[in-house]
Design a protein around this ligand. Sequence first.
Ligand code: NAD
Length: 236
Amino acid sequence: MIHKEVAQIISISKNMVVLTGAGCSVESGVPDFRSPSGWWNQIDPRTVATVKALETNYPLFHSFYTTRVNHLRKILPHAGHAILARWEQVGHIKLITTQNVDGLHQAAGSSHVQELHGSIKEFRCHSCRKATDEEAFVNERPCQCGGKLRPSIVLFGENLPNDAWQRSMAAIESADVVMVIGTSLQVHPVNQLPFITKGKLILINAEETGQEDRFDFFLRGKAAETLLLIQHYMEK
Ligand code: NAD
C-alpha cells in the first residue's frame, strides 16, 4: 500500500520540507480558491485578491477580506496540522513553506514556517506600508497618510517576500523529502518550487492537478485523512 511506503520514507527523513496550499486548510473549514464550492458568495476570489481590485474597487476588496478575517477568528487547526507539528518536533520536518495566509500551521504548533503569500493576521497601509491592526482594517479607517488599509498578504500582481522565498528554495534544494499538500499547483512561481529538489517528491491532493507524473508518490485524498493514515502506519 502506497501510504505504508510513504510512512516508511517519512520515518527515516531528517530533512523534510512540506509545501502547503489552500486544500490543506479545507478540513478546518477554510474554503479554497479553485474548487467551485470554495468560491465566496458567488464571487471568484481570484478576481478580488488583486492589486487592481484594491486600487479600483476598495468596497468589494474590503468586504471580501473583512468576511475572511471574521471567519478565520472561529477556525482551528485540524488533525493533519497537528501531525505536521509533531513531525517537526520529532525531527522529520525542517520547514513548512505555505501559500496559506491563515496561520493554522503556527496555531497547531509548527515553529519553522515560511509564509510565501504573507499573513492575513497582519495589516498595513497599501501606500506607506505602515503596520496597523485588524480593528483599524475591519472598521475601514484610513491610514494617517490617507492610504487604504489592507491585510499583509501577497495579492495577485505583487512580488513574493524575498526572504521567505530564498529560505524555502534553500530548504527544498537540500531536502531528502518534499511533501506537497492541497495545492492546484497553478499559482506561479510557487508551483515551480517542489521540482528543484533532489529528494523524494510526494503529493497529497483531493483531485488530480495534471502534475502527478512529476511526483514519486501521489496520494489522492483529503489532507487530514491522508496524514492520519500515514501516521497510523508510522506507529505500527
Ligand atoms: P487552490 O484553491 O488553487 O487549490 C487547492 C487544491 O486543494 C485543489 O487542487 C483542491 O482539489 C485541493 N483540495 C481541496 N480540498 C482538499 C483537502 N481537504 N485535502 C487536500 N486537497 C484538497 O489553492 P492554492 O494552490 O493554494 O492557490 C490558491 C491561492 O489562494 C494561494 O495563493 C493562497 O495563498 C490563497 N488561498 C489561501 C487560503 C488559506 O490561507 N487557507 C485559502 C484560499 C486561498
